[in-house]
Design a protein around this ligand. Sequence first.
Ligand code: SAH
Ligand code: SF4
Length: 363
Amino acid sequence: MAASGYYLDVNLLNMTPDDAEHRVAAWVAEQGAPPYRVDQIVPRLWARPIGAWDDATDLPRALIAGLEQWSPILRLERQAHQTSADGTVKFLWRLPDGLSVESVWIPEGKRRTLCISSQVGCAFGCVFCATGRMGFERHLEPWEIAGQVRELALDPAFGKPTNVVFMGMGEPLHNWDGVDAALTILNDARCLGIGARHITVSTVGILPRLAQLAARREQFRLAISLHAATTERRMAIMPIEKKYPIDRLVRSLEAFARRVTFEYVLIRGANDSLADAEALARIAAPLGALVNLLPLHPGGAPGLEPTSGAQTRRFARRLRELGVKATLRRSRGLDISAACGQLRVETEASASRPRMTVTSSSS
Ligand code: SAH
Ligand code: SF4
């Protein structure tokens, strides 16, 4: 990933730790400062983050001023946050160019999961998804992705999450370069130090990128947004099926020695019959995949209805009878519409900011 990005000539926050260490070492030498300054500067990026170089009180003033000039610390501005009755908190971040993305904080016992975005909008147009309806605006830079975690680590009311899932706005594997670098920053002990098994990448299955993700040595967790188990059914709700159909997706998953989770949003009449459950079992059982059944979040999908509770239970029972491990996920933060892309839609509709208008008919 380029050291600069959209905003700066040099952005240390966009660099993987090896690159950042090299660049800082060279810069420190240029300044005529002693080499130990590198170990005071680099951890301030991610491991012991600060809001601005000014807060690096162990550095001399001249170095602070120099850092501010050379590679200022960019921030995501907290534009809005909403707290749900169940403790879920949804954040809307304003990026330096005025666009915005969201993250969702989900506390559950000792676990604190942060759901993060990888793009502004999304190009893949799944019919049930609010982000999909916005269309694609741009990829996030590595620092904008990992920065969603950094901002909360900086806030004593939250702190560093224990788990991170790429289930916010955007398709992470479409932004492979950005996500590849962000994964390193999230996981590396010199940066945020979140264990690979606590980081989940959720994708509709862009196969060449999936192979690149699987080729990384860290055991990042993989969630596949399947949502239908036959090409005919999936094509009706997920345009990606045309390019990377289920049979090819399954063949690539067979090739990874990695346990996967299938995400399956139940939509009335579209994918929720017992025959659908049986087709899903034929794919999931041989792979040993876990199926995560999700209620359709109504805000994301005008015209679509969630499956009833009774049918959801029948669907789950059928899967289990066929030897598939299935979990029924409750919808968190329903009262604040904490699903893919929805806070942004609401805020923008009420703020009527022209440059952030949502296109409701795209893809
Ligand atoms: N683009 C990636 C990651 C972001 S979407 C992907 O699709 O996997 C994260 C999850 O939210 C996906 O499983 C997606 O299908 C799901 N989702 C999107 N809209 C939803 C809605 N209206 N109700 C419930 N889940 C939804
Ligand atoms: Fe994009 Fe994922 Fe939404 Fe599909 S579900 S439109 S891939 S964000």
